[in-house]
Ligand binder design. Structure first.
Ligand code: 2HA
Ligand code: ZN
Length: 282
């Protein structure tokens, strides 16, 4: 089978297009990776070229040794994935040491995998250890979430609680909450380590003044998670545009009441009593 006829490649490209039309991918912003299943890579083996040269990842991901990944290209625009996936996306293989990669498909006009490859692979490694079903890591630049990183304390406890209060579905969709990464230089190992520490336990990490990372078991779940957080962030931006305090909200006991009917375990870490009525203060 041709790579572009496969269901996983089509799902990958659809997410890129959907993300662009949400306004989350100005210019070459954002990146996406997918850990390909053994049977999926076997089905497209005839379309792969294994003769490429090994290059350094920039970090070590022993837990992903020998695996294949579909990833967006560095400097490529999500906007163009729809019209020419093979020029903007690639499949890479990670070597047996987990230290090098080679391109086996795609980027037909040249280029290399996303500048955030260390973050993507380190996240996919810790997510795989947590739950082998997790295969997708998605990074984008959603406007409202980024805006909140200028006005809320950069504290995962506060961010999570304020976002959760904006939509009842939030704690059901991400009951482990959101982790925060302070402003850091993107593209390197340091920010990758900070993000993967969060992804050991949580599905969402926000990079202050930059964007968001989400992981999930498939493209729908991962895109849906990103969409849910950003939608709640948009509501919070609207609320904060009107007032610095709410007249009424979803209270801790309301959140606890969701656990049984929705079969979730909403983390108590975020259900603290607030002493202040001001949004973003304890
Ligand atoms: O330009 O989003 O974080 C791609 C990015 C880097
Ligand atoms: Zn970015």
């Amino acid at each position: 089978m041709k790579v572009l006829d496969s269901k996983f490649a089509q799902g990958f490209c659809r997410l890129c297009v959907d993300g662009f039309y949400q306004g989350w991918h100005e210019r070459n912003g954002g990146n996406l990776s997918y850990r390909i299943k053994d049977e999926e890579i076997a089905a497209v083996a005839d379309d792969l070229d294994e003769s490429g040269e090994w290059k350094e990842i920039g970090t070590t991901v022993r837990g992903l040794a020998g695996e294949y990944f579909m990833v967006t290209g560095s400097g490529k625009y999500f906007r163009n994935v729809e019209i020419d996936p093979a020029a903007n996306v690639c499949i890479i293989k990670v070597d047996d040491a987990g230290e090098n990669y080679k391109i086996v498909w795609g980027l037909v006009e040249g280029g290399r995998p996303t500048s955030e490859l260390p973050s993507h692979l380190m996240n996919l490694e810790v997510c795989k250890a947590r739950d082998p079903q997790i295969r997708v890591v998605y990074h984008c630049h959603p406007t409202n979430t980024i805006a909140l990183t200028f006005v809320l304390p950069l504290d995962g406890k506060i961010f999570t609680r304020e976002i959760w209060e904006m939509a009842t579905e939030c704690p059901i969709v991400f009951p482990e909450g959101i982790g925060m990464v302070p402003w850091m230089v993107p593209g390197g190992r340091e920010i990758a380590v900070a993000t993967s520490e969060i992804m050991k336990k949580q599905d969402v990490a926000i990079w202050a003044h930059h964007g968001m990372f989400a992981c999930g078991t498939d493209f729908d779940i991962t895109f849906g998670l990103m969409h849910t957080v950003e939608k709640a962030a948009e509501i919070l931006v609207k609320v904060m545009s009107m007032t610095d305090r709410k007249r009424q909200t979803i209270e801790p006991e309301n959140f606890r009441a969701l656990n049984a009917p929705f079969n979730v375990n909403i983390s108590e870490d975020f259900l603290y009593d607030k002493k202040s009525g001001i949004i973003g203060e304890y």
